[in-house]
Design a protein around this ligand. Structure first.
Ligand SMILES: [Zn+2]
Ligand SMILES: [Zn+2]
Length: 267
């Protein structure tokens, strides 16, 4: 099993630190074989809304150029992919699909942070009611159905009583669907390391019951996060004790069977 990481941010999202190159150097030092950058995607809003937790659209080309440069510079030491962490905002998905194609993005992961769009709605990671819990799972399922996302980042982000019957039912619905569609679930090291409400044991017991595929994601918001090998090992040991299938690589947009690649192959 290789130590790879596909969940890496940059300063462009306003809440990460360190130069892009410092992430690459830290990854090499940590013996990571493949490093995927997946900063919080921009969205092309209908309104004049400016998100404070994601890359502005005007930074996207700089992000891509910077990673492409590092990919070439360090190609003998590490494999680097250009990705994005994206929500599932139904109304903006046509824009996203076109952007992924135009910019030749390698992969995206689902960071299901907001209901419908962050112009209007609350963060799923703060306490939510029953309606939002169900909507969270619905969004995940709709995202899986697009065939675009390589995995679900912090699938247990939604903040709801993990011991409740409804949580158990809804997360079972999510895990069963992810299993059926062969969609890996991320064990999020940022949450694990900082004692957030995710990853949570109730969720991972359900994932174990459904024998989901699991992948470890650092969710690095600073280069030194990649160097925390003890945290990685703890997560690895925990997941090994569960009945999940731990994987270390992802399917990229090039080798995924989705509408986008079908379109590309016709050209
Ligand atoms: Zn972030
Ligand atoms: Zn993230």
């Amino acid at each position: 099993m290789n130590k790879n990481n596909y969940h890496t941010h940059t300063t462009r999202c306003f809440h990460a630190i360190g130069k892009d190159e410092e992430y690459v150097k830290a990854a090499i030092q940590a013996n990571i074989k493949e490093l995927g950058f997946s900063d919080h995607t921009p969205w092309h809003y209908d309104s004049s809304f400016k998100a404070s937790m994601r890359m502005p659209e005007c930074q996207l080309d700089d992000y891509i150029e910077s990673i492409r440069y590092l990919k070439e510079k360090y190609k003998d030491q590490i494999s680097i992919l250009i990705g994005l962490e994206c929500e599932y905002f139904e109304r903006y998905m046509p824009w996203l699909e076109k952007m992924l194609e135009d910019k030749k993005i390698d992969y995206i992961i689902l960071g299901n942070h907001y209901y419908q769009t962050d112009e209007l709605h609350q963060y799923f990671g703060s306490p939510v009611n029953e309606y939002y819990l169900k909507a969270y799972v619905d969004h995940c399922i709709q995202a899986i159905d697009t065939g675009l996302y390589s995995y679900i980042a912090h699938p247990d982000l939604v903040y709801y009583d993990p011991d409740s019957k409804l949580y158990q039912e809804e997360m079972s619905r999510l895990c069963a669907y992810a299993k059926e569609k062969d969609m890996p679930l991320e064990f999020n090291l940022l949450g694990f390391m900082s004692g957030r409400h995710y990853p949570n044991e109730s969720f991972w017991k359900i994932a174990s019951k459904y024998k989901n595929k699991a992948i470890i994601g650092f969710d690095a918001h600073s280069p030194d996060a990649l160097l925390k090998d003890d945290i990685y090992q703890q997560a690895f040991n925990y997941l090994s004790s569960l009945d999940v299938e731990l994987i270390d690589t992802i399917k990229t947009l090039k080798n995924k069977d989705n509408a986008l690649t079908k379109k590309l192959s016709r050209i």
